[in-house]
Design a protein around this ligand. Sequence first.
Ligand SMILES: [Zn+2]
Length: 397
Amino acid sequence: MSTLHYWNYPTEIFCGPGALETVAQRCKLFGMRKPLLVTDPGMLALEPFALLTAHLVNADLPFSVFSDVASNPSMDDVARGVAAFKEGGHDSLIALGGGSAMDAAKGISLATTDPLGLERFEWSQVIACYPSLADFPRLELPRLIALPTTAGTGSELGREAVLTHSEQHIKRVISHPELLPSTVILDPVLTRGLPPALTAATGMDALTHHIEAFCSPLYHPMSSGVAVEGIRLIQQHLLAAHADGQDMIAREGMLVASAMAAVAFQKGLGGVHALAHPLGARYHKHHGLLNAILLPYVLVANRAAISADISRLARYLELQRPDFEGFLDWVLDLRQRLGIPHSLSEIGLDSSAATWVGEQALADISSSDTNACALDAADYTQIFRNAVQGVLQGVDA
Ligand SMILES: [Zn+2]
């Protein structure tokens, strides 16, 4: 290898039923005097919020709650969170929820320390100024403890925050190595209330992370290995977690697979996410659901570039037909058994903005160097049209 690579692996993780009970101890160990608990409004009436707040109260740890967070968190949500952080005299953060709470908390952490941080560390700025994670300036961000209640985004183990620019209707990816939470709590008890449709959509998001990372041409063999085993865990556990939300073994398997995916996608994501980001910003559809629908169409568009790797993966998964077609069939069958629609038209999208979608996908971080093959805006427009119509064909067809 003639190119210098920078690899930096994750953070401390407590995993298993009861991991929640370590939160106050970690707060005290790290000198977190008064954390701001960031969550989404839907979480306030749910068991994970009750469990966590009872635990913090029992431990005599003062905290307050910020829950003014949209399902696709915006820069405005972050600005309100920064005000709450400062007005409340907080010194640290706890994020409880899915990707929206995690990303909002990361945004607050950054913006409260560096008022221009959301601009400076936006992806397109970052690649020009900070070629690798090793090049970022130290910011000493407030400590963040992350407790995911879904098994999908993997944001708890990521160094990025995805925030929507409310006026421009685009999602902006903010990157900084210190956005990685200092402690991650993977407690399957926190995910047992997740309804089947969300279990399916978030689980397919995690699967997409692993597959896109695995197919990325960037050189990161550790992440490739994590992706392969992460996909196997999803093969083992997703249908069981979907069928029975109380199955704690399946829930833990999916939580671990989801977190692993964020480690895998240090290798990058690809065309599925490049399309899902603008579609999510414009149509406000669930990120995981968009990925789940788009995945087979991007796989087919990338077929020539990924066929050999996918065949190796299919052998590891012990699929009946260990090649690209067998893997594609497995994805389609899994998707169907989870009740995911086959086309974007089934969730109300049409092709009227196809050109805009193609341009936005090309401009997305995930389409840069990390999709398996080079795709241009016309290719993305074609993939989007295919996904709207439910036609599985390559971009040259
Ligand atoms: Zn995703």
